[in-house]
Write a protein that binds this ligand. Sequence first.
Ligand SMILES: NC(=O)c1ccc[n+]([C@@H]2O[C@H](COP(=O)([O-])OP(=O)(O)OC[C@H]3O[C@@H](n4cnc5c(N)ncnc54)[C@H](O)[C@@H]3O)[C@@H](O)[C@H]2O)c1
Length: 373
Amino acid sequence: MPYGPETPAHVAIIGAGNIARRYVEGMGRYPQLRLIGCADVVQPMADALAADAGIRAYTSVDELVADPDVDIVVNITPPTAHAAVTSQALAAGKHVYVEKPIAATVAESKSMLAAAAAHRRTIGSAPDTFLGSAGQTARAAIDRGVIGEPIGATAFVTHSKAETWHPDPTFLFQPGGGPALDLGPYYLTTLVNMLGSVAAVAGFTRVGAPVRPVTAPDRRVDTVEVTTPTHWGATLKFRSGTIGTLLMSFDVWDSHLPKIEVYGTAGTLTVPDPNEFDGDVTLRLHSEDDWRVLEPVIAPSGAAGTPAQYLRGMGVADLAAAIDGAPHRASAALATHVLEVIEAIQVASDSQSVVHIDSTVPRPAPMERAVPS
Ligand SMILES: NC(=O)c1ccc[n+]([C@@H]2O[C@H](COP(=O)([O-])OP(=O)(O)OC[C@H]3O[C@@H](n4cnc5c(N)ncnc54)[C@H](O)[C@@H]3O)[C@@H](O)[C@H]2O)c1
């Protein structure tokens, strides 16, 4: 029976950390999802989230995945735990939605995809923000040929200043983290949604400051040792022929750079912060004197920069619909392609060569409420 308000998918969270409450509130907007429990390797974390959300605290991940009442596991552990937790949940017969990056390595991601196929279960993966009004409006504009043929695109990933607000940002500065795996998936997923698969990359990466002070008011650590590159510069060749220029950096604390722009034969499109669902997509044709804001093709969920932008759950609803046969948009295949692009940039830097991308992924279906005109 399809998931719906009368028969919701039962969801349980593994990893009751920083972002978990945004899932609790965000998934609460979808009547086809019912959050029933959570688990964490640190039991007090699970207990606290369960008390706040009015759900069951399992005493272990084993106990959670053994519960036949759980349909979908939402895996919001740190990136280095994504593969093991996802594989365990798949083996127990659960569908899984996993935060970005889908895994710490492409090899891990591919083993997760193989496990999903073997167990006939579906994996969805963050980011889901491209499903929002900004990503869908930009995609529709490209599809309608508003800017003509996309010749080039730029994306600038600048620092989220995590040391100033995350209680323990250590994982962001270790392998599995860094700007490319932490924020890069938002930008690359938005680019692939608009422009299709990436065929080849070149680039360079480096570590910036080797030790970072943590100044978050509720910090659990005072410094972080940096063991993964924090500054990335890359060129992307899309299969379509579009050339992308990508900066991803935790060393760019402040700048006047835009987020994403696409340069076509007839005009330029700007895309707002892909870490948010909504915001103004602007257009300026070569023939025009000024920029104009495009009418959103689907209803925004909230104003840009407001707390609504940071709620999570749209991707879990997308997964629940996909389990029932709808197009899967925030899919593991898409997330794996994005991860492959990121990994290839590192290989390109290490080998000082152009690296070709093996995988291709169809562009996700536009949201059904999208109304190109
Ligand atoms: N913090 C954010 O703003 C944010 C935003 C979007 C996405 N994300 C993503 O969400 C994920 C989690 O981020 P976070 O900031 O909530 O991290 P966090 O460190 O605050 O929380 C992770 C939790 O997972 C638990 N955990 C670790 N390994 C586990 C395991 N094997 N089994 C069960 N529990 C385990 C930890 O004890 C911790 O409570 C990451 O993939 C991150 O990229 C974070």
